[in-house]
Structure formats: structure tokens, C-alpha cells
Design a protein around this ligand. Structure first.
Ligand code: ARG
Length: 586
């Protein structure tokens, strides 16, 4: 539709020029295109041009302007232009629409691509779980929004680097190492994998908090040398100072965790270009701290080293703890500089929950104050929280819901549904996984990212709501029609479309590029997810209203098949952008 709007804008401009040339000279057709709106109902046209927006420039009433444009508007895209209360309502020409179908087929996987990112690099930091802590439902957002944004940027021409910035450094490893030495064994960890690690970690956390409560009851504090908290800190300190035994254990724990994450990533079809986590930056921080010192940014505050941000209405950014150890923001600063020098990014995007908004605002400011002129290429993309109805998914690892268990449950349920719907399906396990995982991802991504979500498994899995199964099922339906037809459909040059549902479908298909642009600019994959629903429902109206394979006239049959193929192209391309697998058979 971007092209269409541009052509219409040009024609409108020409009419305006004929109407009052001096006023029109002040305008550019490019300024007109974005003014074209989608009317709330079909009866008001396919596009509308609000003429009141030009009243000032043309010094006359909107109705007069609309009148001037509507007469003799010379544009092949438009079959009718009506002046209604100062709005120019435009109807797209069927002739024009039908010629766009072969264009979609010719572009195939490239249809909808943008070129605005050509020659540019986008780094995306997402998923980034904290090693040895559970990979839970809270990570769903960063993982799927992050990966979708990567796909959308790639589709817009950017070269992308997806980074899993693992939380693989910090005091939690001190606790884990101590717990392992006290209560764990190699065999047990080898057998139980990440679950055993998480259980050890949780046990130590509980023990430490018990210790604290006990001391409080007695009016004391835990012993600064021999308490579990102190011993944990000591274990981490040993790691930081190069203790080989502790580093070997740490490495092993990281590997075990990664193996587990990989399973989830595989189910989602996600891969990363880099796994450089927080630990990678331990030796890269001193140089950055030195720059902050030279710029006079550092201050001592109760023993800790901070950058005062009160001038910017933010709490101070913590750089070093009083014992000299570094902090989360310090590592982020070092990582950003490293990424800039390594990838020369034009954008570096961080996807995290909105609880971290302040953290990012603070250290972005520090980067600016350090004199890095690329501070405005750093983008934080926050999202809201997820909760789940029902308690079924509570796990042995405490009250968090693991992503793995959520996916597992969805897959099981889909298997049950499929057993009823299509008992002879081949690759049932594979399809159930694609649809089960897809249901959760899609349910999540149809919401604006910043909204808090209450997850309902039943809603997500319904095959006839606005769900993942519904769009994936529709995709499979398109594939099935094409499989049954299996003819010269790819060579279609002439397309005739006559039914209203056919034309409506084309009008939806040609909006794809516009949707990609919006999703890109707003960092909002939900635009694509909701668009997939629009495509699916327009397609289903056409499918139920028109004979396709059984159409009597050869020309109608081949045109309709071309339309099915075009719909499949657009829906498939949209799926690729939102971590949804293309399901050929369901
Ligand atoms: N590991 C962090 C967490 O789970 C998220 C990291 C986000 N990325 C970043 N560069 N800070 O909360």
C-alpha cells in the first residue's frame, strides 16, 4: 500500500496544482501520502484524504478542496473518488488490485521487505537468562519480542547481530558453588541437569534467609566470616581472583544451563550470533571506569563509587560496590563500548521487562556523559509482566513457572486436539510442537508489548479464536488447496478477480509492507501478529465464499489459485517475523 499511497498522493498533488498552483508548490507529494487514512468502514472507501489538513495552505474550506481533487483525479489506482464532508473517499480500482497479485508471487519470500536498513547494523540483546536460575515465564517476553525484532530488522535490510547476554557472572555463583560443595555431587548434577542446579541454588537462598531470620530473632547479625552468606561471597571472590577449582565448576554450570536453554530455543526456532555474557566483560570494565574518572564523573558515596545523575532526575548509577566489585550497570557500559567497537552498530537494542527501565536510562546517560557520541543509538525496548491463571504449572523449583513446562503442557493439549481432528496426521509430534509452542508465542505477541498479560491456556489454544492455532491452521489450509491443485499456478500472468471477498483479500495483502514499517518503527511485533489475523480472516472469507479448485472457468480457477499462493506468501512471511513456524499440514 505504500506504493499505492504514493501514486495516489502524486495524483492528488497534480489536482491541487491545477486548482491553486502557488499553494501546491509549498507542498510535496511525499507530505500528502502519510495523510491518507484508512476509513473506519468499507462504505467510506478504501482510503480517505482529510482535506481540512490543507485548509490553511489553500485558504479555503475542506469541501472546496475535496471538490477540486475529486473532479478529474487521474490515477489508475482509483476507480472512484467521493467528496463527503470535506473528506475525499477513495475506492481502489479492481483492475489495479488484480495486477498486484502477480507482483506478490514474483517477489515471494522477499515480498514486504524494506530497504531502509540497507548497509546498517543492528545489535539486539535479548533473552539473556541468568545462569543457574530457572528459565521462567518472565523470559518469554524478552526471548520472543527480541527475536521478532531481530527478524523484522533483517527484513528491513539491517545486518543483525543477536546476542544472548547471559547472566553468567555474579554472587549467585558463590551461593551455587557453596551449595554444591555442601549438598551436591557430580553424579546428581549430571543426572538432574539444570533442575538440580536450581534446587541447590534455591536451597542455599532459603538457608541464607533462615540464617538472617534466626540472627534477627536473637538480636544479632549473621557472622561476617562464617555465615553461609559470607562463605558464598568468599566463593565468588575466589572466582573473581582466578581460583581454578571454582572457575572450573562455574564453567561446568554454565554449560549445563546452556544445554537446557538450547532446547527451548530450538522449539522456538531461535539461534543467536553471540553468547558473550556478563563474564566476558570482567576485564573490559577498568578501562571504562578510568574514562569516567578522567571525565570527573565518579563520586564516592558511603564507600561506593557512583555517577551522580540528580541533575537528570535519576538516582545515581552505581559503578563499584564498597568492596570494589563491579555491578550490573558497569558491565553493561563495558559491553556497549565493546559492541560498538566490534560491530559498528547503527542501533543497539535491549529487550527487557519494564522493571529495568531505570537501569537502562541511567547507564545510557552515563555513556553520553562519557562523551560517546553514539549514546542515542542505544534503544531500550521494555515489556509488561506476564501472569498465568490457574496454579497447575507451579513447579518443584518454587513458585515460578518454567517456560519448558508451559510449552510442554501446550504441546500435550494440542496432541489431544489433533488426535480428534486429524488422527492420521504424519509427523504428529513435530506438528504438535509447532502449534503448541506457536499458540503461546502468538497469544503473547498479539498484545502490545508494554501491556501486562494474564495468560490463559484455554484462550491461547482455541482453534477458532484469534489464536496461533487459527492462523497456523489457515496457513495449512492454503497449502492444502495448492497441493490439491498442483498445476501451472506459478506461471499466472493474468489474474481476474471479480468477487468482493477476493478484492478485500488483496487489499489486506498489500498492506504488509506498511505493517512491517510500523512494527519496525514502534519496536512492536504485535503489529505483525495482528496483521496475520487480518490476513487469515480475509482469506477464510474468500475461501468460504468462492469456489477455488472447483471453479468452472479455467481463468477464474487459476486466478483464485494465484490468490491463494499470494496469501500463503504473505502469511508465511509474516510468520517468519514472529517466531511462528510455517505449518504445511495440521
Ligand atoms: N540477565 C538479565 C536478567 O535476566 C537481563 C539482561 C538484559 N541485558 C542487558 N544488557 N542488561 O534480568
Amino acid at each position: 500500500m505504500i506504493e499505492t499511497k504514493k501514486r495516489i498522493a502524486k495524483a492528488i498533488w497534480e489536482r491541487l496544482h491545477a486548482f491553486r498552483s502557488e499553494a501546491a508548490e509549498q507542498l510535496d507529494p511525499d507530505q500528502i501520502a502519510p495523510l491518507l487514512e484508512y476509513p473506519p468502514s468499507k462504505e467510506m472507501g478504501d482510503l480517505a484524504f482529510p482535506c481540512f489538513k490543507l485548509s490553511k495552505t489553500f485558504r479555503c474550506a475542506p469541501v472546496q478542496i475535496a471538490d477540486a481533487i475529486s473532479h478529474e483525479l487521474d490515477c489508475p489506482c482509483v476507480s472512484r473518488a467521493e467528496n463527503v464532508n470535506g473528506y475525499l473517499n477513495l475506492y481502489l480500482s479492481p483492475e489495479y488490485l488484480k495486477n498486484l497479485v502477480p507482483d506478490i508471487l514474483a517477489q515471494g519470500d522477499r515480498y514486504g521487505r524494506l530497504d531502509e536498513g540497507n548497509g546498517k547494523v543492528a545489535v539486539l540483546d535479548y533473552s539473556s537468562p541468568n545462569v543457574a536460575k530457572p528459565f521462567h515465564i518472565g523470559h518469554l517476553g524478552t526471548t520472543v519480542i527480541g527475536h521478532s525484532l531481530k527478524k523484522i530488522h533483517e527484513f528491513a535490510g539491517y545486518s543483525c547481530v543477536g546476542i544472548n547476554y547471559l547472566g553468567d557472572w555474579g554472587t549467585q555463583f558463590g551461593k551455587l558453588i557453596l551449595a554444591y560443595r555442601m549438598w551436591g555431587s557430580r553424579e546428581e548434577v549430571e543426572k538432574g541437569g539444570i533442575d538440580t542446579l536450581v534446587a541447590l541454588y534455591v536451597r542455599m537462598n532459603n538457608a541464607i534467609s533462615e540464617e538472617g531470620k534466626e540472627a534477627e530473632k536473637n538480636g544479632t547479625v549473621p557472622d561476617p566470616k562464617t555465615s553461609l552468606a559470607a562463605l558464598s561471597r568468599a566463593e565468588f571472590h575466589k572466582m573473581e581472583t582466578g581460583d581454578e577449582d571454582n572457575l572450573a565448576l562455574w564453567k561446568w554450570f554454565v554449560e549445563i544451563s546452556l544445554k537446557e536453554y538450547e532446547k527451548t530455543y530450538r522449539q522456538l526456532g531461535i539461534t543467536f550470533d553471540s553468547y558473550k555474557g556478563e563474564s566476558f566483560y570482567t576485564d573490559k570494565m577498568p578501562a571504562q571506569i578510568e574514562i569516567m574518572r578522567q571525565k570527573g564523573l565518579l563520586k564516592l558515596d558511603q564507600g561506593a563509587t557512583i555517577v551522580d545523575l540528580s541533575e537528570y532526575n535519576m538516582p545515581p548509577c552505581l559503578i563499584l560496590k564498597s568492596d570494589g566489585s563491579t555491578l550490573y550497570p558497569t558491565r553493561d557500559i563495558a559491553a556497549a563500548v565493546y559492541r560498538k567497537n566490534t560491530y559498528h552498530f547503527d542501533k543497539c537494542i535491549y529487550v527487557t521487562s519494564n522493571q529495568q527501565c531505570q537501569h537502562f536510562a541511567q547507564w545510557f546517560k552515563v555513556i553520553e556523559l562519557m562523551g560517546y557520541d553514539w549514546y542515542d543509538q542505544l534503544v531500550h525496548v521494555p515489556y509488561g509482566t506476564v501472569s498465568i491463571e490457574g496454579t497447575k504449572l507451579a513447579t518443584r523449583t518454587g513458585n515460578v513457572i518454567l517456560l519448558r513446562d508451559l510449552f510442554g503442557l501446550a504441546i500435550e493439549k494440542v496432541k489431544g486436539i489433533m488426535q480428534e481432528k486429524n488422527p492420521d496426521l504424519e509427523n504428529r509430534d513435530e506438528v504438535a510442537e509447532a502449534v503448541g509452542v506457536g499458540a503461546i508465542v502468538f497469544y503473547y505477541l498479539t498484545n502490545n508489548r508494554i501491556k501486562d498479560i494474564n495468560f490463559s491456556m484455554e484462550d491461547a489454544l482455541s482453534f477458532d479464536g484469534n489464536t496461533g492455532p487459527y492462523v497456523q491452521y489457515t496457513y495449512a489450509r492454503m497449502c492444502s488447496v495448492l497441493r490439491r491443485a498442483q498445476e501451472e499456478r506459478m506461471q499466472v500472468k493474468m489474474v481476474t478477480l471479480t468477487d468482493e471477498s477476493e478484492l478485500d483479500l488483496v487489499k489486506v495483502l498489500i498492506r504488509f509492507r506498511e505493517k512491517v514499517t510500523q512494527a519496525l518503527h514502534d519496536y512492536e511485533p504485535s503489529v505483525i501478529a495482528r496483521y496475520a489475523l487480518d490476513v487469515a480472516s480475509a482469506f477464510n472469507r474468500f475461501y468460504h465464499g468462492c469456489k477455488i479448485i472447483s471453479a468452472e472457468k479455467e481463468e477464474v480457477r487459476s486466478s483464485r489459485l494465484a490468490l491463494v499462493e499470494a496469501s500463503k506468501t504473505v502469511l508465511g512471511n509474516a510468520f517468519d517475523l514472529i517466531c511462528l513456524k510455517r505449518t504445511e499440514r495440521v
